[in-house]
Structure formats: structure tokens, C-alpha cells
Write a protein that binds this ligand. Structure first.
Ligand code: CAP
Ligand code: MG
Length: 414
């Protein structure tokens, strides 16, 4: 059992195999085929030394079964993994194989996990999302339009009182969801329990005032037991959503939250701070497409996937990832993609042209930076989304919504 045994270009993956596509540049003096064999070996059950096992461990070996095409970032290599290699329902175990030691092996200069095809036997060992995009009508009154969320800015530093006051203005102006920022958890200036209690009390008042369901994406990110405790606290205070920073808290923490939120009937909003450490360099790491796949298996209901090149952040193929999140995954619910990062009313039409309306639209600065304040900013964003749904241009809607006119004049349409 040596490296060369892990390459078989005549192998046709079976329906039960997990099929992974990598893109790699081989290390110095190593051919692509040799590097491909080493990837399959090191990510399943081989190592640098030839082994002579007595039992039939080869049934758990992966096979590099296809090589090519090549582009400026490397050569694609397909590896088929037998499903028996994996523990049911454990993302950490699967990732220790397909995105583990191989990321640092000398046999490759660079390597990126681009895509995975999940067999039913593995996909069904995970819970998948509890609600998916049904949150639009099951938990909110968004109907066919994108649900709107906002993060109070500055992202940290506001007192609980200030935070709640910003939330009230945003809900009043027309957003559906208040959202905590990724680095707002339980700091002394705005403690978790006080914020949650006061925000839901305000939410109840605003639902009464506006006649629309309003909710709050509460950031419960913490050590795992504490996340569970915080999810229970959200449930006790009438919330329907928790937000988890899925990369920084880790997959096993997320899986625990998913198990607990099943009983609590809470939907999970996945923020992805730190994802770019894995996916930003096109030649190395783990693609956002794959991170989104892991998150769907674990069971998030929403996930940030970018803004199709609009806004302030670098994006991988947002539309392609969103399409995957809606595609059939052995009966699992879809996931509602979240577009966020530098959004404002003036680019809502371009965003929805690129991504369709089955997305959540989230804006922080693009609401709270409005010259007339948060309520006007929320009104402008809601008007932009409603205009799009009605097939009306932003300029035309701005004639009847002064807050939208001001936003367009302030930020333009780029
Ligand atoms: C957006 C945001 C979100 C990012 C996350 C921020 O604020 O709150 O965390 O969008 O990135 O902190 O930057 P603005 P992504 O609306 O003020 O830009 O959605 O790409 O994961
Ligand atoms: Mg943020």
C-alpha cells in the first residue's frame, strides 16, 4: 500500500462515494499525477511509508480518479472517498480527511478544496436546515420579497439603551430583523441578557405599532455550552432566531447548537467572519462553496454568501453558491442566502438582478449612515426592495419616498 495505489484514472465513483474536486499545484519535482495520488492517500488511509496491512483496509482508501483541466491556479484533481471512511453526522471528522493534513503537505505547493458531491448516505446522516427560506413566511411577513436585516453601527460600543433605540427606529422604518454584529456578544457596555430582554420588549411594541412581524438575529457565539445557554435564553424571551459565527466558533459547536435549537424551534443565522482566511486565495484553502455546503449539512437556515461583487468585500461566485444552496440535497431544506457588506438602497436593484429575490438583504452602514438617521435609512432600503418587487425603478419610487431620494443622492447607484 503506497502512494501510487491511490491513483486509478479508470475508477468511476459509486453513488455512495463522497467525490471532492481539488485544484493543486504540485511541489517541486513532483508530477500532478503523483501529487494527486498523495492527496488521496494522505486524506484517507495512506502515509509516506509503504504499508502492508493484514486486513482489508483498502476498502477505506480514497482514489484520485480524474486529473484536469488546468488553469492559472493549478490543475483540477477529483478524489473519490468511500463513505465507510466517514463517521455519520460529524463534520469535524469529515474535514479532518478532506481538508486536513493535505492542506500543508510538501507534495503540493498549493491546494484548494473547490467542490464536493455529497452522497445520500452521508448527507442524510446530518440534520440539514430546520426552516431554510421558509422563514420568510413562517417566521416573518416578508412574503416574496427579500427579508431585510440591519446591524446597528458602530458595531460595538453602543450601550444597550442606544442599541435598542437604533433597533426601534430600524423596525419602524421597515426592516424585519435586527441583527447583532459579529463581534458583539456579551461585553460590559452591552451585556447579552439585558440586550436580549430589552430588544424583545421593544420588538413586541414595534410589532404592535407596525402590524408586521419583527424579529432579532441574536448573536449567541461563545464557548459551546454557553451558546446553548444563550439559545435557551433567546427562546425564553420570545425569539425565533439565533446567530452563530460558524467559522470562529467551529463546526462542532454549530452542530451542538443545531441539535438544541431543534427542540427550541429556533432558526440559525450563519455569519461567516474569518471565512476569507480559508477561501480568499483562489489557489489555496477551502472554497466558500464548500464552507456553505458544510453549513447546510450542519443545519443553518441562513448564511452570508456575499453580494455578487457589489459592496465592500471580496466575493467568490455568490450566484453559483446561492444556486447550490437551493439545489436538491437528498431532501434537505434549502438555505436562505444573505447578501451583506457595503450594501445601500442605490444598489439594491443591481443586487437583486444578480441574485434574485430569494435572499436576505442586510445593511448596516447603508441604513444608519443615512443623513436623516436610522429610520429614514430603513425606509429607504425597504422602499428600494419594494420598488424592485413592483418592477418600478429606484428613481421613480424616490419621487414618492423622500428618504430614498436622499439615500440615492448620498450614496449614488454604484
Ligand atoms: C456589514 C457587516 C457584515 C458583513 C459580513 C460588517 O456591515 O455587518 O458583518 O457584511 O460579510 O460588519 O461588515 P455594512 P459577509 O452593511 O455596514 O457593510 O456578508 O461577506 O460575510
Ligand atoms: Mg458585521
Amino acid at each position: 500500500m503506497e502512494y501510487a495505489d491511490f491513483l486509478d484514472e479508470s475508477y468511476e465513483p459509486s453513488d455512495d462515494d463522497l467525490v471532492c474536486t481539488f485544484r493543486l499545484v504540485p511541489g517541486e519535482g513532483i508530477s500532478v499525477a503523483d501529487a494527486a495520488a498523495r492527496v488521496a492517500s494522505e486524506s484517507s488511509n495512506g502515509t509516506w511509508a509503504a504499508l502492508s496491512p493484514e486486513s482489508d483496509v483498502r476498502q477505506y482508501s480514497a482514489l484520485a480518479c480524474d486529473i484536469g483541466p488546468e488553469d492559472e491556479h493549478g490543475t483540477q484533481v477529483t478524489v473519490a472517498y468511500p463513505s465507510g471512511l466517514f463517521e455519520d453526522g460529524s463534520l469535524p471528522q469529515i474535514l479532518s480527511c478532506i481538508a486536513g493534513n493535505i492542506m500543508g503537505m510538501k507534495a503540493v505547493e498549493t491546494i484548494r478544496l473547490l467542490d464536493c458531491e455529497w452522497p445520500a448516505v452521508i448527507a442524510r446522516s446530518f440534520p440539514g436546515p430546520q426552516y431554510g427560506s421558509d422563514v420568510r413566511t413562517e417566521l416573518l411577513d416578508a412574503g416574496d420579497r427579500p427579508p431585510l436585516a440591519t446591524v446597528p453601527k458602530p458595531k460595538v460600543g453602543l450601550s444597550t439603551e442606544e442599541h435598542v433605540s437604533v433597533a426601534e427606529s430600524a423596525w419602524r422604518g421597515g426592516v424585519d430583523l435586527l441583527k447583532d454584529d459579529e463581534n458583539l456578544t456579551d461585553q460590559t457596555f452591552n451585556p447579552f441578557e439585558q440586550r436580549v430582554a430589552d430588544s424583545f420588549a421593544a420588538r413586541d411594541r414595534l410589532e404592535e405599532e407596525t402590524g408586521e412581524r419583527k424579529d432579532y438575529l441574536v448573536n449567541i457565539t461563545a464557548e459551546t455550552d454557553e451558546m446553548v445557554r444563550r439559545a435557551e435564553f433567546v427562546d425564553d424571551h420570545g425569539g425565533s432566531f439565533v446567530m452563530v459565527d460558524i467559522i470562529t466558533c467551529g463546526w462542532s459547536g454549530l452542530q451542538t447548537v443545531r441539535r438544541r435549537t431543534e427542540d427550541l424551534d429556533l432558526a440559525i443565522h450563519a455569519h461567516r467572519a474569518m471565512h476569507a482566511a480559508f477561501d480568499r486565495l483562489p489557489q489555496h484553502g477551502v472554497s466558500m462553496r464548500c464552507l456553505a455546503q458544510f453549513a447546510r449539512l450542519a443545519g443553518v437556515d441562513h448564511i452570508h454568501t456575499g453580494t455578487a461583487g457589489l459592496g465592500k468585500l471580496e466575493n467568490e461566485d455568490t450566484a453559483g453558491i446561492n444556486e447550490w444552496l437551493r439545489s436538491d440535497l437528498h431532501g434537505h431544506s434549502d438555505v436562505l442566502p444573505v447578501a451583506s457588506g457595503g450594501l445601500h438602497p442605490g444598489i439594491v436593484d443591481q443586487l437583486l438582478d444578480a441574485l434574485g429575490t430569494n435572499v436576505m438583504v442586510q445593511a448596516g452602514g447603508g441604513i444608519h449612515g443615512h443623513p436623516d438617521g436610522t429610520e429614514a435609512g430603513a425606509r429607504a432600503l425597504r422602499a428600494a426592495v419594494d420598488a424592485y418587487a413592483d418592477g418600478e425603478s429606484l428613481d421613480s419610487r424616490a419621487e414618492s419616498v423622500p428618504a430614498l431620494r436622499t439615500a440615492l443622492d448620498e450614496w449614488g447607484t454604484q
